[in-house]
Write a protein that binds this ligand. Structure first.
Ligand SMILES: Cc1cc2nc3c(=O)[nH]c(=O)nc-3n(C[C@H](O)[C@H](O)[C@H](O)COP(=O)(O)O)c2cc1C
Length: 393
């Protein structure tokens, strides 16, 4: 793979921030940049690509693993929690609704040395999960949240436990400040806040003021800001605007793993930014698909899994709809490479391709269990079927 081209940005876009190293338990994350967990995306191959571009700096979190599937040692789940040897520290994100099952899953990870850091996901907005009180609906039940965090921290045997959440269910039912306080009381190491409510899904803009408010509310532990970081400059702006201790970057690196090179450069006060030509992008695409095939143990399945990334990588390039379609249905590396080679590979990085990508859909009605909002402090539990079929945060 050739090394993608770099350009320079204006000096005032990359002033080093005063951010001190981010400490996640024993792990120093410097610069304080974190790859957001993304179901179906942040598997070992994608984390590895991002890490290569960052020069090994930063923290790269696995896609969400459901605790019940983990304790049952489901085959697919055991595959999902594999790490490449270069991944240090190893971060696993767990999603669970039952304190006892979460405790068991965390204990399994700690006792079997399966990871070095555990993140808990309370941000999933998917209706089929919130309908049962799971995902981002769960923190509304303060006692249940507390019980899950308590079991997780107790089971972790010294591994740092962090949590990731949204602002709340909607603007009338915000939960993040209470959840932050509970997290501190239960020994959680750091909190990441996605500045949206469940109702917002991925629509509108992330509320960075909420990140600032959480930072003030829980000065005891690091607060990581998440939402709408599309460039390294956005990341610096978020740190300046909110005082957060680090940034979590999700959709911005879809089809753009080199964003991590930019993030590291910006936090280190350097001006160069990666702006690959289509030829360089094509090389990264083939490498990504190759890594997926190696990880799955089957080239063709790797290329099929890679299909979802194609449109993100090609965003803004002049490719033509027919070729876009063709590249999104390839089944072998040879077919993928041959298709890419038909393109005008000398195209420079397109203006505007740095902007939003991935899900951006707007407001939805939040589906909750009957009576869910009546009492934030009742001791309701959530059926374990709220664990099934979840797809992210
Ligand atoms: C495809 C996709 C999958 C996601 N899966 C997860 C997940 O497994 N766990 C989680 O906590 N958040 C998940 N998220 C949410 C992201 O981690 C992040 O909070 C969100 O995208 C906002 O950050 P961004 O604006 O940088 O993308 C997912 C988001 C997307 C787009």
């Amino acid at each position: 793979m050739t090394s993608p081209a770099a350009v320079r940005v204006r000096d005032n876009d990359c002033m080093p921030t005063p951010a001190s190293p981010l400490q996640i338990g024993p792990h120093t994350v410097q610069p304080p940049v974190v790859l957001a967990p993304m179901a179906g995306i942040t598997n070992a191959p994608f984390r590895r690509l991002c890490r290569e571009f960052s020069g090994g700096k930063g923290l790269f979190v696995s896609e969400m693993i459901t605790t019940r599937a983990l304790v049952e040692r489901n085959d697919k789940t055991m595959q999902l929690i594999t790490f490449h040897a270069s991944e240090q520290p190893r971060s696993i994100q767990l999603y669970g609704v039952d304190p006892a099952t979460v405790g068991k899953a965390v204990r399994m990870i700690a006792e079997e040395g399966l990871a070095d850091h555990i993140d808990l996901n309370f941000g999933c907005p998917v209706p089929k999960v919130t309908r049962k009180g799971g995902g981002s609906a769960l923190p509304y039940k303060r006692n249940l949240l507390r019980a899950i965090l308590r079991e997780a921290v107790a089971g972790a045997g010294g591994l740092p436990v962090t949590m990731k959440m949204r602002k709340g269910i909607d603007d009338d039912h915000l939960t993040y400040l209470d959840a932050g306080r509970i997290a501190v009381e239960e020994g959680v190491t750091a909190i990441a806040l996605h500045g949206r409510t469940t109702a917002q899904h991925y629509g509108g803009t992330a509320d960075w003021d909420a990140i600032a408010r959480l930072k003030e509310h829980v000065p005891e532990i690091p607060v990581l800001g998440n939402g709408d970081i599309w460039s390294a400059e956005d990341a610096l702006r978020m740190v300046r605007a909110t005082g957060c201790d680090g940034v979590v970057v999700g959709r911005g690196c879809l089809g753009r793993p080199w964003l991590f090179a930019d993030l590291v450069a910006a936090f280190e006060g350097r001006t160069e930014r990666v702006r690959p030509t289509l030829r360089e992008v094509a090389d990264v695409m083939v490498r990504h698909a190759t890594l997926l095939g190696e990880w799955i143990g089957d080239e063709s399945r790797g290329v099929v899994d890679f299909r979802k990334h194609v449109a993100w990588y090609l965003k803004g390039f002049s490719v033509g709809s027919e070729m876009r379609r063709r590249l999104a249905v390839t089944s072998s590396l040879q077919e993928l490479r041959a298709g890419l080679d038909e393109l005008d590979l000398d195209q420079p990085w397109p203006a505007g391709a740095d902007g939003p990508r991935g899900r951006t859909s707007g407001t939805n009605r939040v589906v909750l269990p009957d009576g869910w909002l009546n009492d934030p402090y009742d001791c309701a539990g959530v059926g374990e079927d709220a664990e099934l079929d979840t797809s992210g945060g």
